[in-house]
Design a protein around this ligand. Structure first.
Ligand code: LLP
Length: 411
Protein backbone atom coordinates (compact mmCIF):
# COMPACT_ATOMS: atom_id res chain seq x y z
CA UNK A 1 0.00 0.00 0.00
CA UNK A 2 1.28 3.47 -0.75
CA UNK A 3 0.11 7.05 -0.34
CA UNK A 4 -0.49 8.59 -3.74
CA UNK A 5 -2.49 11.71 -4.50
CA UNK A 6 -3.01 11.81 -0.76
CA UNK A 7 -5.28 8.75 -0.84
CA UNK A 8 -4.47 5.23 0.29
CA UNK A 9 -3.93 3.01 -2.69
CA UNK A 10 -3.11 -0.59 -3.50
CA UNK A 11 -1.71 -1.11 -6.99
CA UNK A 12 -3.17 2.28 -7.93
CA UNK A 13 -6.64 1.49 -6.60
CA UNK A 14 -8.14 3.76 -3.99
CA UNK A 15 -8.91 1.55 -1.00
CA UNK A 16 -11.95 3.64 -0.02
CA UNK A 17 -13.54 2.57 -3.30
CA UNK A 18 -12.63 -1.08 -2.61
CA UNK A 19 -14.24 -0.84 0.82
CA UNK A 20 -17.30 0.79 -0.68
CA UNK A 21 -17.64 -1.99 -3.23
CA UNK A 22 -17.09 -4.94 -0.90
CA UNK A 23 -18.00 -3.48 2.51
CA UNK A 24 -16.09 -3.71 5.79
CA UNK A 25 -14.66 -5.42 7.73
CA UNK A 26 -12.58 -6.54 4.77
CA UNK A 27 -9.26 -8.29 4.28
CA UNK A 28 -7.42 -7.06 1.18
CA UNK A 29 -4.26 -8.70 -0.19
CA UNK A 30 -1.79 -7.12 -2.58
CA UNK A 31 -0.49 -9.81 -4.96
CA UNK A 32 2.50 -7.68 -6.00
CA UNK A 33 3.72 -7.58 -2.41
CA UNK A 34 3.69 -11.38 -2.22
CA UNK A 35 5.63 -11.65 -5.47
CA UNK A 36 8.14 -9.06 -4.21
CA UNK A 37 8.72 -11.02 -0.99
CA UNK A 38 9.27 -14.27 -2.89
CA UNK A 39 11.88 -12.46 -4.97
CA UNK A 40 13.61 -11.03 -1.88
CA UNK A 41 13.95 -14.46 -0.32
CA UNK A 42 15.34 -16.00 -3.50
CA UNK A 43 17.77 -13.11 -3.94
CA UNK A 44 19.23 -13.77 -0.48
CA UNK A 45 20.27 -17.33 -1.40
CA UNK A 46 21.66 -17.14 -4.94
CA UNK A 47 24.35 -19.78 -4.39
CA UNK A 48 22.31 -22.68 -3.01
CA UNK A 49 19.62 -24.94 -4.44
CA UNK A 50 16.80 -23.19 -2.58
CA UNK A 51 13.23 -24.39 -2.22
CA UNK A 52 10.56 -22.18 -0.64
CA UNK A 53 7.73 -24.04 1.06
CA UNK A 54 5.10 -21.46 2.01
CA UNK A 55 3.68 -22.19 5.47
CA UNK A 56 0.08 -22.23 4.35
CA UNK A 57 -1.32 -21.79 7.84
CA UNK A 58 -0.48 -18.08 7.67
CA UNK A 59 -3.08 -17.44 4.97
CA UNK A 60 -4.87 -20.28 3.24
CA UNK A 61 -7.03 -18.46 0.74
CA UNK A 62 -7.00 -20.58 -2.43
CA UNK A 63 -6.05 -17.63 -4.61
CA UNK A 64 -3.04 -16.93 -2.40
CA UNK A 65 -1.99 -20.58 -2.61
CA UNK A 66 -2.43 -20.58 -6.38
CA UNK A 67 -0.40 -17.37 -6.71
CA UNK A 68 2.40 -19.00 -4.73
CA UNK A 69 2.27 -21.99 -7.06
CA UNK A 70 2.43 -19.78 -10.13
CA UNK A 71 5.60 -18.25 -8.72
CA UNK A 72 7.35 -21.53 -8.06
CA UNK A 73 6.71 -21.65 -4.31
CA UNK A 74 5.71 -25.02 -2.85
CA UNK A 75 3.73 -25.66 0.33
CA UNK A 76 4.12 -26.72 3.94
CA UNK A 77 0.86 -27.80 5.57
CA UNK A 78 -0.13 -28.90 9.06
CA UNK A 79 -3.44 -30.69 8.56
CA UNK A 80 -5.11 -32.93 5.97
CA UNK A 81 -7.49 -30.03 5.34
CA UNK A 82 -4.65 -27.66 4.43
CA UNK A 83 -3.28 -30.43 2.22
CA UNK A 84 -6.62 -30.61 0.40
CA UNK A 85 -6.63 -26.82 -0.04
CA UNK A 86 -3.18 -27.11 -1.59
CA UNK A 87 -4.41 -29.75 -4.03
CA UNK A 88 -7.43 -27.58 -4.89
CA UNK A 89 -5.05 -24.69 -5.57
CA UNK A 90 -3.42 -26.85 -8.22
CA UNK A 91 -0.44 -28.29 -6.37
CA UNK A 92 0.70 -31.83 -6.89
CA UNK A 93 0.85 -33.67 -3.53
CA UNK A 94 4.57 -34.23 -4.07
CA UNK A 95 5.04 -30.45 -3.79
CA UNK A 96 3.33 -30.34 -0.40
CA UNK A 97 5.12 -31.22 2.82
CA UNK A 98 3.04 -32.30 5.79
CA UNK A 99 4.46 -31.08 9.11
CA UNK A 100 2.00 -32.17 11.76
CA UNK A 101 2.47 -32.08 15.49
CA UNK A 102 1.02 -34.84 17.63
CA UNK A 103 -1.62 -35.94 15.13
CA UNK A 104 -3.17 -39.39 14.88
CA UNK A 105 -1.29 -41.86 12.69
CA UNK A 106 -4.36 -41.96 10.51
CA UNK A 107 -3.61 -38.39 9.31
CA UNK A 108 -0.09 -39.41 8.42
CA UNK A 109 -1.38 -42.38 6.42
CA UNK A 110 -3.78 -40.04 4.64
CA UNK A 111 -0.95 -37.70 3.63
CA UNK A 112 1.28 -40.60 2.54
CA UNK A 113 -1.59 -41.99 0.44
CA UNK A 114 -1.98 -38.57 -1.18
CA UNK A 115 1.72 -38.57 -2.04
CA UNK A 116 3.11 -35.93 0.33
CA UNK A 117 6.32 -36.12 2.25
CA UNK A 118 5.93 -36.12 6.03
CA UNK A 119 8.03 -34.42 8.70
CA UNK A 120 7.78 -36.97 11.51
CA UNK A 121 7.80 -35.21 14.85
CA UNK A 122 8.10 -37.85 17.58
CA UNK A 123 9.76 -41.20 18.20
CA UNK A 124 6.48 -43.08 18.55
CA UNK A 125 5.34 -42.00 15.12
CA UNK A 126 8.78 -42.71 13.66
CA UNK A 127 8.52 -46.28 14.95
CA UNK A 128 4.96 -46.64 13.60
CA UNK A 129 6.09 -45.24 10.26
CA UNK A 130 8.84 -47.84 10.17
CA UNK A 131 6.43 -50.67 11.00
CA UNK A 132 3.90 -49.52 8.41
CA UNK A 133 6.12 -48.48 5.51
CA UNK A 134 9.67 -49.67 6.16
CA UNK A 135 11.86 -48.29 3.40
CA UNK A 136 9.05 -48.08 0.84
CA UNK A 137 8.09 -44.47 1.63
CA UNK A 138 10.63 -41.68 2.04
CA UNK A 139 10.27 -39.44 5.08
CA UNK A 140 11.77 -36.45 6.82
CA UNK A 141 12.38 -35.98 10.55
CA UNK A 142 11.55 -32.88 12.57
CA UNK A 143 14.33 -32.14 15.04
CA UNK A 144 14.08 -29.92 18.11
CA UNK A 145 17.49 -28.31 18.44
CA UNK A 146 16.82 -26.70 21.86
CA UNK A 147 17.41 -23.17 20.70
CA UNK A 148 15.08 -20.55 22.16
CA UNK A 149 14.24 -17.78 19.70
CA UNK A 150 11.13 -15.95 18.54
CA UNK A 151 9.04 -12.88 19.21
CA UNK A 152 7.42 -14.20 22.37
CA UNK A 153 7.04 -17.44 24.33
CA UNK A 154 3.79 -18.36 22.56
CA UNK A 155 5.42 -18.51 19.15
CA UNK A 156 8.68 -20.27 20.04
CA UNK A 157 8.85 -23.90 18.95
CA UNK A 158 12.41 -25.20 19.30
CA UNK A 159 13.41 -24.51 22.90
CA UNK A 160 14.02 -27.11 25.57
CA UNK A 161 10.52 -27.90 26.82
CA UNK A 162 8.75 -27.25 23.51
CA UNK A 163 6.29 -29.93 22.37
CA UNK A 164 7.58 -29.87 18.79
CA UNK A 165 9.98 -32.22 17.04
CA UNK A 166 12.30 -34.93 18.28
CA UNK A 167 14.82 -33.62 20.78
CA UNK A 168 18.29 -33.63 19.23
CA UNK A 169 19.51 -35.34 22.43
CA UNK A 170 17.48 -38.36 21.32
CA UNK A 171 19.50 -38.79 18.15
CA UNK A 172 20.65 -42.29 19.13
CA UNK A 173 17.00 -43.36 19.44
CA UNK A 174 16.30 -41.86 16.03
CA UNK A 175 19.24 -43.67 14.47
CA UNK A 176 18.25 -46.96 16.12
CA UNK A 177 14.73 -46.77 14.65
CA UNK A 178 16.02 -45.68 11.24
CA UNK A 179 18.38 -48.64 11.15
CA UNK A 180 15.80 -51.09 12.50
CA UNK A 181 13.32 -50.35 9.70
CA UNK A 182 15.84 -49.27 7.07
CA UNK A 183 13.97 -45.95 6.88
CA UNK A 184 14.65 -43.75 3.91
CA UNK A 185 15.19 -40.40 5.61
CA UNK A 186 15.46 -37.87 2.79
CA UNK A 187 15.13 -34.73 4.90
CA UNK A 188 15.88 -33.16 8.24
CA UNK A 189 13.52 -30.42 9.38
CA UNK A 190 13.40 -27.88 12.14
CA UNK A 191 11.38 -24.73 12.82
CA UNK A 192 12.66 -22.46 15.55
CA UNK A 193 9.75 -20.06 15.99
CA UNK A 194 8.16 -16.93 14.60
CA UNK A 195 9.35 -13.28 14.53
CA UNK A 196 13.04 -14.17 14.65
CA UNK A 197 15.32 -11.25 13.91
CA UNK A 198 18.53 -12.68 15.32
CA UNK A 199 20.76 -14.24 12.65
CA UNK A 200 22.64 -16.07 15.42
CA UNK A 201 19.55 -18.14 16.19
CA UNK A 202 19.52 -19.42 12.60
CA UNK A 203 23.24 -20.07 12.45
CA UNK A 204 23.18 -21.91 15.78
CA UNK A 205 20.28 -24.08 14.66
CA UNK A 206 21.96 -24.70 11.31
CA UNK A 207 25.14 -25.78 13.05
CA UNK A 208 23.20 -28.39 15.05
CA UNK A 209 21.17 -29.67 12.11
CA UNK A 210 24.10 -29.73 9.68
CA UNK A 211 26.16 -31.74 12.15
CA UNK A 212 23.32 -34.21 12.57
CA UNK A 213 22.84 -34.44 8.80
CA UNK A 214 26.15 -36.22 8.39
CA UNK A 215 24.66 -39.23 10.22
CA UNK A 216 21.93 -39.77 7.60
CA UNK A 217 22.94 -41.26 4.26
CA UNK A 218 19.84 -40.68 2.08
CA UNK A 219 19.28 -36.95 2.54
CA UNK A 220 18.17 -34.77 -0.34
CA UNK A 221 17.18 -31.66 1.64
CA UNK A 222 17.53 -29.75 4.88
CA UNK A 223 14.49 -27.70 5.92
CA UNK A 224 15.26 -24.86 8.32
CA UNK A 225 11.63 -23.77 8.79
CA UNK A 226 10.29 -20.22 8.72
CA UNK A 227 10.16 -17.42 11.24
CA UNK A 228 11.81 -14.46 9.50
CA UNK A 229 10.73 -11.36 11.37
CA UNK A 230 8.96 -8.66 9.41
CA UNK A 231 8.48 -5.04 10.42
CA UNK A 232 5.19 -4.44 12.17
CA UNK A 233 6.02 -0.90 13.23
CA UNK A 234 8.33 1.80 11.93
CA UNK A 235 11.86 1.17 13.11
CA UNK A 236 11.29 -2.49 13.97
CA UNK A 237 14.44 -4.54 13.75
CA UNK A 238 13.83 -7.29 11.21
CA UNK A 239 15.58 -10.41 9.98
CA UNK A 240 18.52 -9.27 7.88
CA UNK A 241 17.97 -11.67 4.99
CA UNK A 242 20.91 -10.74 2.78
CA UNK A 243 23.27 -11.27 5.73
CA UNK A 244 21.49 -14.42 6.84
CA UNK A 245 21.60 -15.70 3.27
CA UNK A 246 25.36 -15.27 3.13
CA UNK A 247 25.98 -16.87 6.53
CA UNK A 248 23.70 -19.84 6.04
CA UNK A 249 24.69 -20.47 2.42
CA UNK A 250 28.35 -20.65 3.38
CA UNK A 251 27.84 -23.16 6.19
CA UNK A 252 25.31 -25.13 4.13
CA UNK A 253 27.65 -25.48 1.18
CA UNK A 254 30.49 -26.49 3.49
CA UNK A 255 28.25 -29.18 4.99
CA UNK A 256 27.23 -30.43 1.51
CA UNK A 257 30.90 -30.77 0.67
CA UNK A 258 31.44 -32.87 3.76
CA UNK A 259 28.27 -34.82 3.04
CA UNK A 260 29.63 -35.70 -0.38
CA UNK A 261 26.89 -34.36 -2.62
CA UNK A 262 24.76 -31.23 -3.04
CA UNK A 263 21.52 -31.03 -1.07
CA UNK A 264 18.56 -28.67 -1.32
CA UNK A 265 18.03 -26.00 1.32
CA UNK A 266 14.37 -25.47 2.20
CA UNK A 267 12.63 -22.70 4.14
CA UNK A 268 8.99 -22.50 5.20
CA UNK A 269 8.14 -18.85 5.72
CA UNK A 270 4.62 -17.73 6.47
CA UNK A 271 4.77 -14.19 7.80
CA UNK A 272 7.65 -13.14 5.60
CA UNK A 273 5.67 -13.92 2.44
CA UNK A 274 2.18 -12.74 3.36
CA UNK A 275 2.19 -10.45 6.36
CA UNK A 276 2.82 -7.20 4.52
CA UNK A 277 0.51 -7.97 1.61
CA UNK A 278 -2.54 -7.92 3.87
CA UNK A 279 -4.67 -5.12 5.26
CA UNK A 280 -7.76 -5.37 7.41
CA UNK A 281 -10.10 -2.47 6.71
CA UNK A 282 -12.69 -1.61 9.34
CA UNK A 283 -15.25 1.16 9.78
CA UNK A 284 -15.51 3.37 12.85
CA UNK A 285 -18.84 2.75 14.55
CA UNK A 286 -18.36 5.17 17.40
CA UNK A 287 -15.91 7.66 18.85
CA UNK A 288 -16.56 7.43 22.56
CA UNK A 289 -15.21 10.09 24.89
CA UNK A 290 -14.55 9.04 28.46
CA UNK A 291 -13.14 11.34 31.14
CA UNK A 292 -9.74 9.67 30.79
CA UNK A 293 -9.62 8.11 27.32
CA UNK A 294 -11.09 8.35 23.86
CA UNK A 295 -12.15 5.06 22.30
CA UNK A 296 -12.54 4.40 18.62
CA UNK A 297 -14.97 1.47 18.33
CA UNK A 298 -14.78 -0.35 15.00
CA UNK A 299 -16.85 -2.98 13.18
CA UNK A 300 -14.38 -5.77 13.96
CA UNK A 301 -12.71 -7.33 16.95
CA UNK A 302 -10.67 -10.25 18.21
CA UNK A 303 -12.92 -12.45 16.08
CA UNK A 304 -11.21 -11.08 12.96
CA UNK A 305 -7.69 -10.18 14.08
CA UNK A 306 -6.71 -11.86 17.31
CA UNK A 307 -2.95 -11.14 17.19
CA UNK A 308 -3.01 -7.95 19.34
CA UNK A 309 -5.05 -9.72 22.01
CA UNK A 310 -3.24 -13.04 21.84
CA UNK A 311 0.38 -11.92 21.50
CA UNK A 312 0.22 -8.21 22.43
CA UNK A 313 1.33 -7.69 18.87
CA UNK A 314 1.43 -4.31 17.20
CA UNK A 315 -0.33 -3.48 13.95
CA UNK A 316 0.17 -0.10 12.37
CA UNK A 317 -3.20 1.66 11.99
CA UNK A 318 -4.00 4.35 9.46
CA UNK A 319 -7.10 6.50 9.16
CA UNK A 320 -7.77 5.99 5.48
CA UNK A 321 -10.65 8.48 5.44
CA UNK A 322 -8.69 11.40 6.85
CA UNK A 323 -5.29 12.11 5.39
CA UNK A 324 -4.98 15.50 7.14
CA UNK A 325 -1.91 15.13 9.33
CA UNK A 326 -2.39 18.46 11.08
CA UNK A 327 -5.02 17.31 13.59
CA UNK A 328 -3.94 14.21 15.39
CA UNK A 329 -5.43 12.69 18.51
CA UNK A 330 -4.58 9.79 20.79
CA UNK A 331 -7.09 6.92 20.89
CA UNK A 332 -7.66 3.42 22.14
CA UNK A 333 -8.85 1.45 19.10
CA UNK A 334 -11.23 -1.25 20.29
CA UNK A 335 -13.41 -3.96 18.80
CA UNK A 336 -17.12 -4.69 19.12
CA UNK A 337 -16.70 -8.05 20.86
CA UNK A 338 -18.00 -8.42 24.40
CA UNK A 339 -14.52 -8.73 25.78
CA UNK A 340 -11.78 -6.19 26.15
CA UNK A 341 -10.57 -6.54 22.60
CA UNK A 342 -8.17 -3.64 22.34
CA UNK A 343 -6.39 -3.42 19.01
CA UNK A 344 -4.22 -0.49 20.05
CA UNK A 345 -3.79 1.61 23.16
CA UNK A 346 -2.74 5.28 23.17
CA UNK A 347 -2.43 5.30 19.40
CA UNK A 348 -2.01 8.63 17.67
CA UNK A 349 -4.17 8.82 14.54
CA UNK A 350 -5.37 11.51 12.20
CA UNK A 351 -8.62 12.78 13.76
CA UNK A 352 -11.18 9.97 13.63
CA UNK A 353 -14.91 10.53 13.02
CA UNK A 354 -17.80 8.08 12.92
CA UNK A 355 -17.79 6.30 9.54
CA UNK A 356 -14.05 6.68 8.97
CA UNK A 357 -12.28 3.65 7.56
CA UNK A 358 -9.19 2.47 9.40
CA UNK A 359 -6.56 0.16 7.97
CA UNK A 360 -4.68 -2.39 10.05
CA UNK A 361 -1.44 -3.04 8.23
CA UNK A 362 0.57 -6.27 8.11
CA UNK A 363 -2.60 -8.26 8.65
CA UNK A 364 -2.04 -10.86 5.94
CA UNK A 365 -0.39 -13.50 8.10
CA UNK A 366 -2.42 -15.20 10.84
CA UNK A 367 -5.23 -12.67 10.36
CA UNK A 368 -8.08 -14.32 8.52
CA UNK A 369 -6.80 -17.83 9.26
CA UNK A 370 -7.11 -17.22 13.00
CA UNK A 371 -10.53 -15.57 12.73
CA UNK A 372 -13.66 -17.04 14.27
CA UNK A 373 -17.42 -16.60 14.57
CA UNK A 374 -17.16 -15.56 18.21
CA UNK A 375 -20.19 -13.52 19.33
CA UNK A 376 -21.90 -15.16 16.32
CA UNK A 377 -20.47 -12.61 13.97
CA UNK A 378 -19.57 -13.21 10.36
CA UNK A 379 -16.01 -13.64 9.20
CA UNK A 380 -14.98 -10.86 6.79
CA UNK A 381 -14.79 -11.09 3.02
CA UNK A 382 -11.36 -11.31 1.37
CA UNK A 383 -10.25 -9.43 -1.72
CA UNK A 384 -7.07 -9.81 -3.74
CA UNK A 385 -5.79 -6.91 -5.79
CA UNK A 386 -4.03 -8.37 -8.79
CA UNK A 387 -2.81 -6.55 -11.89
CA UNK A 388 -4.59 -3.41 -10.76
CA UNK A 389 -7.97 -5.04 -10.24
CA UNK A 390 -9.77 -5.96 -7.04
CA UNK A 391 -11.09 -9.52 -7.03
CA UNK A 392 -13.36 -10.99 -4.38
CA UNK A 393 -11.61 -14.19 -3.23
CA UNK A 394 -13.90 -15.10 -0.35
CA UNK A 395 -17.44 -13.99 0.30
CA UNK A 396 -18.43 -12.48 3.60
CA UNK A 397 -20.18 -15.02 5.80
CA UNK A 398 -23.91 -14.93 6.29
CA UNK A 399 -26.35 -16.24 8.88
CA UNK A 400 -26.36 -19.52 6.96
CA UNK A 401 -22.70 -20.02 7.81
CA UNK A 402 -23.43 -19.48 11.47
CA UNK A 403 -26.32 -21.95 11.40
CA UNK A 404 -24.44 -24.53 9.33
CA UNK A 405 -24.16 -27.85 11.19
CA UNK A 406 -26.27 -26.70 14.16
CA UNK A 407 -29.04 -29.10 15.18
CA UNK A 408 -31.89 -27.76 17.28
CA UNK A 409 -33.24 -30.60 19.43
CA UNK A 410 -35.86 -28.70 21.50
CA UNK A 411 -39.05 -26.99 20.38
N1 LLP B 1 6.96 -23.96 9.72
C1 LLP B 1 6.36 -24.47 10.80
C2 LLP B 1 6.52 -25.89 11.12
C3 LLP B 1 5.56 -23.63 11.61
O1 LLP B 1 4.98 -24.14 12.69
C4 LLP B 1 5.42 -22.28 11.27
C5 LLP B 1 4.59 -21.39 12.08
C6 LLP B 1 6.05 -21.79 10.11
C7 LLP B 1 6.82 -22.67 9.37
C8 LLP B 1 5.94 -20.37 9.65
O2 LLP B 1 6.39 -19.43 10.58
P1 LLP B 1 6.43 -17.88 10.17
O3 LLP B 1 7.40 -17.74 9.01
O4 LLP B 1 5.06 -17.49 9.75
O5 LLP B 1 6.86 -17.14 11.37
N2 LLP B 1 0.07 -17.09 14.97
C9 LLP B 1 1.39 -16.58 15.33
C10 LLP B 1 2.49 -17.30 14.60
C11 LLP B 1 2.45 -18.77 14.82
C12 LLP B 1 3.39 -19.51 13.93
C13 LLP B 1 3.10 -20.98 13.95
N3 LLP B 1 4.00 -21.74 13.16
C14 LLP B 1 1.42 -15.07 15.05
O6 LLP B 1 0.46 -14.55 14.53
O7 LLP B 1 2.40 -14.41 15.39
Amino acid sequence: MQLKDNSYQIQGLDVSAICQEFGTPLYVYDSEKIIEKIGQLRAAFPDVDLKIKYAAKALTNLSVLALMRQHGVELDVVSPQELKLGLLAGYDASQITFTPSGVSFHEIEEAVAAGSIINLDNLVVLEKFGQRYGNTVACSIRIKPNVAAGGNAKIMTAHDGSKFGIDVRQKDDILRIVEKYDLKVVGLHQHTGSDIKDANAYTEVARIIFELALLFKDLTFIDLGGGFKVSYRDGDEIADLPRLGKLLSASFLAMCQQYGRPLQLWFEPGKFLVSECGHLFVTTNVVKQNPTRTFVGVDSGLNHLIRPMMYDSYHHIVNVSNTDESQKQVYDVVGYICETDTFAKDRELNLVCEGDILAFKNAGAYGFTMSSQYNSRFRPAEVMVHQGEAHLVRERETMEDILRNQILIFD
